[in-house]
Design a protein around this ligand. Sequence first.
Ligand code: ZN
Length: 407
Amino acid sequence: MRRILLSVLLALTALASMPATAQQALTGLARLTGEGATLDERNGRLEVRLEMTQTVPWRVFTLDAPPRVVLDLSELDWTGFDAAALATGVRRVSALAAGTYRPGWSRMVIELAGPMAVAEAGMTTANDGAVLALRLEDSDADSFAAAAGAPESALFRLTDGAALPARPRPRGQGPLTVVIDPGHGGIDPGAERGGVREADLMLAFARELKEVLLRAGNINVVLTRDDDVFVPLESRVTIARRAGADVFLSLHADALAEGRAHGATVYTLSQEASDEASEKLAERHDRADLLAGVDLSQADDAVALVLMDMARTETAPRSEALADALVEGIYSATQSTYKSPRLQAGFSVLKAPDIPSALIELGFLSSERDLAKLTDPDWRRQAALGIRDALLYWAIEDAAAAERLRK
Ligand SMILES: [Zn+2]
């Protein structure tokens, strides 16, 4: 396992030192060909094969809790690839995802039903293209845990925002910095209904909302992603802190498995979810991160956690007021809010201790009525105007509350 990784990383290093044009010629536009991606399970083994148009830089590693095999490849065109269909009926695979992970990089994550070891991994040229073949063999929990972990690589390293000082509360002067977070993206498409992907829809809405906010004047806007790429939940919070966000808004339009819920809801962070559906919704977003191959094994520093909790005590009521304003704003502009529109759940993306944060479920893709609204640019414009009004109102109230506290 260690030897396999090393040779792959050496290949990556060699590539990084090449001139840009040579890199492009090597890495551009590989796509699946022939049989595409296949899984073959027999005799305590699982064989994974990817047939591609050309050789590309790649690496493989494993992550624990839950056990996963992560395959990173230079950008691959996944058009027509059906992850769910590939995993169906394969006993050793409990879930599978594939897509863009970072700009220029693709990832396939195979969640395993039990511990397995990478016994063989290699890429060979064949039939004018290339074949990447992995052989996994049943192993045990202890040796799996010992071998698991993402390799250190500058290409994939996450930015670390822990050292940033807490954000001072704005006093009503100067521009308001709003960080808009379009949910999902890349390897994680979010909910999908009638050919509409939550990731695409929320990116479109984020861009529209950005325009509306910029036109209001005295508002800076930063998007956590402006492309169809995967951004881990923790990185979204880091981006907001780096940007010096006064407000963080995460945008979603999920599908619910049960019930006929429709209309917008606004969530704030709480360890105790308002109801079971809310709890499931927050869990599903954390799970999407895991299935995209994010390693959550590094524990937070205990001292940093205490400081964060102190900041959170001050931030929580500001987030609540923000969410109340958002419900009012969206209702006034669209008359489309859920029957109990103010909810709470443990959404990881809302965990910035010093930035008032809210998660807007603009509607449910599982509702025909909402789907029609969400895909209508005129309706979305109304919703954006409602959010703008809410932000402007909240900023004034928040500054006034800060003034009262100082006296
Ligand atoms: Zn979502």
